[in-house]
Write a protein that binds this ligand. Structure first.
Ligand SMILES: [Zn+2]
Ligand SMILES: [Zn+2]
Length: 338
């Protein structure tokens, strides 16, 4: 059936819709069911056109563009899927949302993703992240419905389109979710990866959030988040800072302790003064790590007093020193000025 162009004048569409519904009063009195159904079809199309027309054609010319235009006008606000149905004017709007998030790099989170994140927030380090997110959105994550959506950032991640092919390649592999996640991270070192990508990678299995945490805390992969000392990252964004696992004894440091140490040391290496703003492709210094002044095996603990901030280069250097020189018992940062 021929439909009018979606971006016509809303008032004209509304008037013609009212006309159709007014005429339908006569149809209702008839006995022919099929005639009633057929005469109602134009009303359905007009209603869709009316929804489409609410976002001007100059701003968006396709269903996908209308969806993102609508979300950009309502950033960090919980929006119902039904709203996106209205503005998109198509039945397959949910598929367009997925394309926008995974393929086009828009940080659109669904209630399902929030729930995965909330359910995994068993540990103090995650609880803090979840709490700040709930304050920002003004709603407990568990109360966000599966078919509700939030645009978390209003800028597009241009790298997402390039990652899309890699993402699908890894996703197809017959390996565990953990293996897929770490492989994808290692193919994108230093890139900002969203929870939505990891969820897609895990074929929507809820375990993705827990697996990421295990990779970070138990396997020692330097996967940074907003609350692990990378305040520049958005909530729900993950970065593998370097393609290597941290020293076994440096794992399992609680995020609260990590942040306290970084803050005390001014977010820079206590040996050379490197900080993240100095990041450059030619410089081997890529990240800040925490080092135990008194080593774990010598009963050194994960306390603020026993940890110092080092860049990855100085941290390697520290571990290359002969064992006798290590484990300064005075708990003084080993390379702090005397
Ligand atoms: Zn350094
Ligand atoms: Zn160390």
């Amino acid at each position: 059936m021929r439909r009018s162009r979606p971006n016509d004048d809303p008032e004209a569409i509304r008037e013609s819709l009212v006309g159709i519904l007014t005429d339908f009063a006569g149809e209702l009195e008839g006995a022919d069911l099929r005639a009633k159904v057929i005469s109602l079809i134009p009303a359905f199309h007009k209603l869709r056109d009316l929804g489409c027309s609410l976002i001007p054609g100059g701003e968006a010319s396709s269903a996908r563009e209308r969806i993102i235009a609508y979300l950009k006008r309502h950033p960090r606000i919980v929006v119902d899927g039904d709203e996106l149905m209205v503005v998109s004017g198509i039945a397959e709007w949910a598929r367009r949302v997925r394309e926008l998030r995974v393929q086009f790099g828009w940080a659109i989170y669904s209630g399902v993703t929030f729930r995965d994140m909330a359910e995994d927030a068993g540990r103090a380090e995650d609880a803090q992240e979840i709490a700040s997110l709930e304050i920002a959105l003004g709603i407990p994550l568990a109360r966000i419905k599966p078919d509700q959506y939030v645009l978390m950032r209003d800028d597009q991640d241009r790298g997402a389109a390039h990652r899309w092919n890699v993402l699908n390649e890894v996703r197809r592999k017959k390996v565990s979710v953990t293996d897929k996640i770490i492989e994808y991270f290692r193919l994108n070192v230093g890139e900002e990866i969203t929870g939505e990508e990891l969820k897609y990678l895990a074929k929507d299995k809820k375990e993705w959030a827990r697996r990421v945490r295990e990779l970070r805390t138990e396997q020692g992969w330097p996967i940074a988040t907003k609350n692990s000392g990378r305040g520049d990252l958005a909530v729900g964004v993950y970065v593998l800072e370097e393609d290597r696992q941290s020293y076994e004894h440096d794992r399992r440091i609680p995020d609260a302790v990590r942040v306290a140490v970084l803050t005390r040391d001014g977010f820079k290496c206590v040996r050379c003064g490197w900080n993240r703003s100095m990041l450059s492709p030619a410089d081997p210094r890529k990240m800040l790590e925490l080092h135990h002044v008194r080593h774990h095996k010598d009963k050194g603990e994960n306390t603020v007093e026993n940890l110092v901030t080092l860049c990855n280069v100085d941290h390697d250097e520290e571990h290359r020193r002969p064992h006798a020189e290590q484990g300064d018992t005075t708990a003084r940062p080993p390379h702090a000025p005397a």
